[in-house]
Design a protein around this ligand. Sequence first.
Ligand code: SF4
Length: 168
Amino acid sequence: MTQSTKHSDIVQGLAARLAAAGETLLGRSLAIRHVDAGSCGGCEMELLSATLMWDHLGCHGICMVEDPRSADILLITGVSSTGLAEAARQCLAAMARPRFVVAVGDCAADGGIFKGSPSVLGGAAAILPVDLVISGCPPSPARIISGLLTVLDANRAASALGSPVGRL
Ligand code: SF4
């Protein structure tokens, strides 16, 4: 087995677990809305790879959606620039509960290498309530999917104890 085949198997395994966690928590497919709040494009490349991986799983219960009203997770990339922050806020406002906000990449964590620039607000947490940060510049597909899985698993465990951690 080559290194890339092994990596693909790992990512697909994580995607299958994510789909199952979404089904358990929500009783249906897991819908993700992505918002680019000022990325260089690197995080989007990795996100595209991740979505190709779960597309290979067929209709296993994870999909990217355009309409925020049907989304469960807002996945935000980029520095949260002054010009794009409002679009991210409006997207979250349109989402029904339960909903989760996941910041992907070092820029979304705190502005990354652009921190301190005049038009950089300093990451997703500067404009939205963030449930999880997935660090990396950029984070790998496996890291992205693993992070999403963490959010759902943590919320499922907390729900069982009567104190959900997601923004329900
Ligand atoms: S974290 Fe890195 S790859 Fe992602 S948007 Fe920022 S600079 Fe680009």
